[in-house]
Design a protein around this ligand. Structure first.
Ligand code: GLY
Ligand code: MN
Ligand code: MN
Length: 460
């Protein structure tokens, strides 16, 4: 955790943004795999970590906005638990480390929430994303589980987003550490990605580096010779000469901050001519986005800078045709670039996604429904202190190609006969993480190998 003052200041900042009432912020519980005592690795809720820093299950907190106080609710260990779990710090000792002097047994929580509600005070809470939190809130607030989500406090969501969006120097240092480990993971994978090696062997090494750093993976590894499948979380294949190996993997530090990088490695050691041509287009798109990212610039423009470079590159290859701006407006580029250019990153790899992207990425405005643009998580104007990913990709997805062709979708911008010659190409993506500064953007962490020359050196 950070020093106690950090948490005191964050909670004071939250209190100042709210008018009145209680903030009810439960932490996460254990999440069983197949029976209660055999749980997935515990992951604390990120907003709980942000304001209270404690990485233990079964805690809940209340901030009283008018009184300016914070209380942590949790049960002390009994002898039985100590026998199995060891002699852990008390709730009061943990609370003291994050600047909270008031602790209560968990059983007191319901009475305090109910008294506040009876007195007509608002009880602000965030939309839950786990079933056990939903049930707990339903019981505390005396509503049906199905109604818990709609009762979440938009005022609290806005206040939290307003704080968590701007990364402090401490957080940036932590993100740089996550990214430094992530670069190590990618370097190792790039050295391993050779003919005859199995995807699962590389994934195992990537995961080992994340764990050995004292943290863990920030999200499930995408490590595949089928990079055209965007969220491919299986590793059944053996790499062959001529394949592209796409790795999207990032570490999370012990304090919970994420890194998020994607590399595309030529399994043969160097790209063939077609691969090199597409990779050049990808890097042009990548550089165009980086050059666009600056304070005051909508992230939609960062996305469109990549889309433009990709469409123009496809035009050079004879795959796409027509007026670039008209094609972009129609979404023709999305056939090969169907996702967004990036997202906020912090305590979550998609930072604050659970709070609702309309608040995090759209300033409350509705999201586009156009294929491609609908997957862009962030369009709002960038501001100093935001940390974002930039991750253009170029993919040839046979089923998507066939669907567009059958429907004649955007056919004025696409030469489907030429495109058919590329249908088995696979996919490529390049991703790094950037801090928006007062005059532009800065790559966080060390630069990972990504030019054709750097990728070749990795194998020397
Ligand atoms: N690793 C998931 C993403 O890049 O958004
Ligand atoms: Mn990624
Ligand atoms: Mn990403």
């Amino acid at each position: 955790m950070f020093d106690r003052q950090t948490y005191v200041q964050r909670r004071d900042g939250l209190g100042r943004r709210l008018e009145k009432g209680l903030v009810l912020l439960p932490g996460n519980g254990e999440s069983p795999m197949n029976y209660a005592d055999n749980a997935y690795a515990f992951r604390q809720d990120s907003t709980f970590l942000y304001y209270f820093g404690l990485d233990q299950p079964d805690l809940a907190t209340i901030i009283d906005v008018e009184a300016g106080t914070a209380t942590i609710f949790g049960n002390e260990l009994d002898l039985d638990t100590i026998v199995w779990m060891g002699d852990l710090p008390t709730v009061a000792e943990r609370a003291e480390r994050v600047g909270v002097s008031e602790t209560q047994p968990r059983s007191r929580l319901a009475g305090i929430v109910s008294a506040a509600r009876s007195a007509g005070r608002p009880v602000h809470y965030l939309p839950p994303y786990r079933a056990d939190s939903t049930l707990m809130l339903a019981e505390l607030l005396d509503v049906s589980p199905g109604d818990v989500g709609t009762g979440a406090s938009a005022e609290l969501i806005r206040a939290v987003v307003d704080q968590r969006s701007y990364k402090s120097a401490d957080e940036i240092a932590e993100l740089e550490q996550a990214i430094t480990i992530s670069v190590e993971m990618h370097r190792a994978a790039g050295r391993m990605a050779r003919p005859g090696v199995r995807e699962q062997e590389i994934a195992a090494e990537v995961a080992r580096i994340a764990s050995a750093s004292g943290g863990r993976l920030a999200y499930p590894i995408i490590g595949t010779i089928n990079g055209q499948t965007l969220h491919n979380h299986v590793y059944p294949n053996t790499l062959s000469a001529g394949d592209l190996y796409l790795l999207d993997a990032g570490a999370e530090t012990a304090r919970g901050y994420a890194g998020d990088l994607t590399s595309t490695f030529p399994v043969s050691g160097s790209f063939d001519e077609r691969q090199r041509t597409v990779y050049d287009i990808l890097l042009r798109a990548y550089e165009a986005s980086i050059a666009t990212a600056a304070p005051g610039v909508p992230n939609l423009d960062v996305h469109m800078a990549a889309a433009r470079a990709i469409f123009d590159g496809m035009k050079q290859l004879g795959i796409m045709k027509g007026n670039t701006e008209e094609a972009l407006a129609a979404g023709a580029h999305a056939l090969v670039f169907p996702h967004g250019i990036g997202h906020m990153m912090g305590l979550d790899v998609h930072d604050m996604e659970n709070l609702g992207e309309q608040y995090v990425g759209y300033d409350g405005r509705p999201r586009s429904r156009q294929f491609g643009l609908k997957s862009l998580r962030l369009t709002r104007k960038l501001e100093p202190g935001f940390v974002i990913t930039i991750e253009p990709g170029i993919y040839f997805i046979p089923q998507l190609i066939d669907d567009w062709r059958a429907r004649g979708h955007n056919e004025q911008f696409i030469d489907f006969d030429e495109l058919d010659r590329w249908r088995d190409f696979g996919g490529m993506r390049n991703e790094e993480d950037f801090l928006i500064t007062t005059d532009g953007s800065r790559r966080l962490g060390p630069r990972k190998p990504q030019t054709i020359e750097e990728l070749a050196q990795l194998r020397d």
